[in-house]
Write a protein that binds this ligand. Structure first.
Ligand SMILES: Cc1ncc(COP(=O)(O)O)c(C=O)c1O
Length: 414
């Protein structure tokens, strides 16, 4: 049976109010973009413990209906993103004879693991979120091949469609911006997302077919997945208590997070936790996306100021996405990326940020084969820091990160 997230009064997808124009648009601030969502009081700045980054804490969800169009009406929910990809690949294997999967060289390990679990021969193509260049698309050779393109870090815009590839043989991963124009207007055989990267849900992934191809669906909530999801839920609740100043040690919720992540599996595919399915139609994704774009714009501008200070040599240092042209609402960055000169500089900067309670993730340790064949992807992974800029934060919160970075580079220059 399909697990659907649509509300009885579900409006059609793509959601019109955020994709009605192709023009570059300025980012609305308050009131909320759709004007209907009550203001949030979920910023961790409300509590006595301040920090920036790390996994989501638990966010209380009111029955607002604000997320009724959070996914296309025919989207099928899974326990996580890797399960959604695995299920789609297995469907393609059975129905269309897919045997080879082309993947971007710069991608998260669990995506590659899902392709391997589906017994695909994995081949990697050059695609960097940093480059002004299009991905180096492999030629389409046979119906037995499938190509995965990904809007990595939400920077890719519409550059997800390789010429010459039949839509039926394409999968798009929209995890980092499920509501971009590319996602809403996709003509790929299948699209997928991991929900828990942009939304404060303990688990969840989704797949759908813009072409109307049959979409597989998990039969049940699998006990192993339920246990992993519940550990994450416990971690989210504990983190909320920690941020609000209750007697919780950071190590406690970190231990639950790590344990849950290690227990997230690819197969058997599972439905997500009931709490995830029930909260989705009520999450104010529009407002949160507006806030992410506003924060990204603010932080990008602040960091560019630091990197171009006269005493600094900007060589090989970069802030992404570049400030112009801003493309909201067509695109919305997942995070602001700071590219350092080399791994050593990146690691030292990260340490300085952690000292000040800013926790920037690094994306990603690459599969050995991808790193060997695509040194440019390995170089990007070695030099990058991702600065979270999601709805949990205000520009004032981001100012702290910007200040640490400014001080760090000033010391370097001095
Ligand atoms: C772009 C992308 N797609 C898919 C996934 C897999 O999602 P999940 O961790 O929910 O399995 C990830 C995980 O980090 C990801 O970054």
């Amino acid at each position: 049976m399909k697990t659907q997230t649509s509300h009885p009064s579900c409006s059609p997808w793509p959601p019109r109010s955020s994709h009605s124009s192709c023009e570059a648009t300025s980012i609305p601030t308050s009131p909320a973009a759709d004007g209907t969502i009550p203001a949030s009081n979920e910023s961790p700045t409300a509590g006595p413990v301040w920090e920036l980054g790390g996994d989501f804490h638990w966010v209380a969800t009111e029955p607002s209906g604000a997320g009724r169009d959070i996914l296309p009406a025919d989207a099928v929910l899974f326990g996580n993103g890797r399960q959604a990809l695995y299920a789609v690949l297995m469907e393609g294997r059975r129905r269309f004879g897919w045997r080879v999967c082309h993947l971007p060289a710069y991608i998260c390990q669990s995506v590659v693991q899902a392709a391997r679990a589906a017994d695909m021969e994995c081949r990697y193509y050059r695609a960097l979120p940093a480059a002004d260049e299009s991905p180096d698309w492999p030629p389409f050779q046979s119906r037995h091949e499938v190509l995965l393109s990904a809007n990595v870090l939400g920077f890719s815009g519409l550059d997800l469609v390789p010429p010459d590839w039949p839509n039926e043989n394409r999968i798009e991963d929209h995890t980092h911006d499920p509501w971009s124009r590319a996602a809403c207007e996709s003509r790929a055989g299948y699209c997928l997302v991991s929900l828990r990267k942009t939304l404060p849900t303990p688990d969840g992934g989704a797949a759908w077919s813009p072409l109307g191809l049959p979409c597989p669906s998990p039969e049940a909530l699998i006990p192993g997945h339920a246990a992993a999801g519940q550990e994450k839920l416990a971690a989210m609740l504990l983190k909320r208590h920690y941020l609000s100043g209750m007697a919780v040690e950071k190590e406690e919720f970190r231990a639950w997070q790590i344990q849950s992540e290690a227990a997230m599996s690819i197969q058997p595919t599972s439905r997500p936790l009931p709490v995830t399915a029930s909260m989705l139609p009520h999450l104010p994704w529009r407002r949160w996306r507006v806030e992410r774009a506003r924060n990204a714009e603010y932080l990008t501008d602040r960091l560019l100021g630091s990197l171009t200070a006269p005493a600094l040599e900007p060589d090989r240092r970069e802030v992404l996405p570049p400030p112009t042209p801003r493309r909201f609402p067509e695109q919305c960055p997942f995070a602001v990326v700071l590219l350092c000169r080399n791994r050593r500089e990146r690691d030292r900067l990260r340490e300085a940020l952690i000292q000040r309670r800013v926790y920037p993730p690094i994306f990603w340790p690459l599969p050995e084969e991808a790193a060997r064949r695509h040194p440019e992807a390995a170089d990007f992974a070695a030099r990058m820091l991702a600065l979270p800029c999601d709805f949990r934060y205000t520009p004032e919160d981001l100012e702290e990160a910007a200040e640490v970075i400014r001080e760090f580079f000033q010391t370097e220059a001095g």
